[in-house]
Design a protein around this ligand. Structure first.
Ligand code: DIR
Ligand code: MN
Ligand code: MN
Ligand code: MN
Length: 310
């Protein structure tokens, strides 16, 4: 199996600068060295061209919002076509974000190529807001709703069809900060969500068994969208919204290994790595390790220090 890596330096869906450097941080953290270590064939497709956030500064607030939305629509279409093509050609796409509006395009592409897909959303937030329910107005809080067919029509209709996934094929893992209206939407849609409370309450092994079942049943493979902010701030400081009580290193490692062992993986996103907020790029390095875990390869400090270096 070969991998195609694409970077999406997109920060137009958030209010903080820095996630546009996610792709660079992940490359610098050694994602290609890791793939080489694992003997996995790969190609770096480079970064999609995206308007820089600060280039919009001269515009009025209203014009700026319009320009951001237009650019997110354009980027989503480009990424969706790339992702679909990679899958149709027999490759596994790994998408380096970028804020989470990146997933609008990658999920669209996976659905275009495979039809009925399962989707695992690993995130401290369900990202299931619509413009009507969003407390922030930020598009990175909306991509799951959009993939389910709810939100701005231009984004919902990415690649010309909607919805991208059925509610019964979606599973959220690790959520803890959920907006009230967003929770109502998820309940109404019948989305399976495993919060950090559920992980404590039921045990992670049982939660992951059920998550894998939900997304696998009846689907032609599973796409994973991984937001680095699901991890505790001491584990992963290099991400937009860091909070107390996120997942531990062992929890997130277990989640990735369970997915790798349990599903037919179509591809995945690594989202919201922000090197400006990081300590010596450690969050990006951890995300590389976690990506490898999803690919079924152990690539911890032990391999890096003792095995890969010889
Ligand atoms: C919040 C924050 N629910 C919003 N979402 C974040 O703006 O809609 N998602 N940070 O990753
Ligand atoms: Mn997110
Ligand atoms: Mn999040
Ligand atoms: Mn986010």
């Amino acid at each position: 199996k070969s991998v195609q890596v694409i970077g999406v330096p997109l920060d137009l869906g958030v209010s903080k600068l820095g996630v546009d450097m996610g792709p660079t941080a992940l490359r610098y953290a050694g994602i290609f060295e890791a793939l080489r270590y694992a003997g996995i064939d790969y190609r770096d497709a480079g970064d999609i061209d995206v308007l820089r956030n600060f280039s919009l500064d001269p515009l009025s607030p209203a014009e700026r919002e319009q320009a951001k939305l237009r650019e997110i629509i354009r980027t989503s279409e480009t990424l969706a076509r790339f992702t679909a093509k990679a899958i149709e050609d027999g490759h596994m796409p790994i998408v380096l974000g970028g804020d989470h509006s990146t997933a609008i395009g990658s999920v669209a592409g996976a659905a275009k190529a495979r039809g009925r897909i399962g989707l695992i959303w690993i995130d401290a937030h369900p990202d299931a807001n619509t413009p009507e329910t969003s407390p922030s107005g930020n598009v990175h809080g909306m991509p799951l709703a959009i993939s389910l067919g709810h939100g701005m029509p231009e984004l919902v209709n990415c690649l010309g069809f909607a919805p991208k996934v059925r509610p019964e094929d979606v599973c959220i893992v690790g959520a803890k900060d959920i907006d009230p209206e967003e929770r109502k939407f998820l309940t109404r849609m019948g989305i399976r969500m495993f919060t950090t409370f559920d992980i404590e309450n039921r045990g992670l092994a049982r939660v992951m068994q059920e998550a894998v079942d939900v997304v696998s049943r009846g689907t032609n493979g599973v796409y994973v969208s991984f937001d680095a902010d699901v991890m505790d701030k001491r584990v992963a400081p290099g991400t937009g919204i860091t909070t107390r009580g996120g997942l531990t290193y062992r929890e997130i490692s277990f989640i990735m290994r369970s997915i790798g062992a349990g599903v037919e993986l179509i591809g995945f996103d690594i989202i919201e790595v922000n090197p400006l907020l990081d300590k010596a790029n450690g969050t990006a390095e951890l995300c590389v390790e976690l990506a490898m875990a999803m690919l079924g390869v152990k690539y911890t400090d032990y391999e890096k220090k003792y095995l890969a270096s010889n």
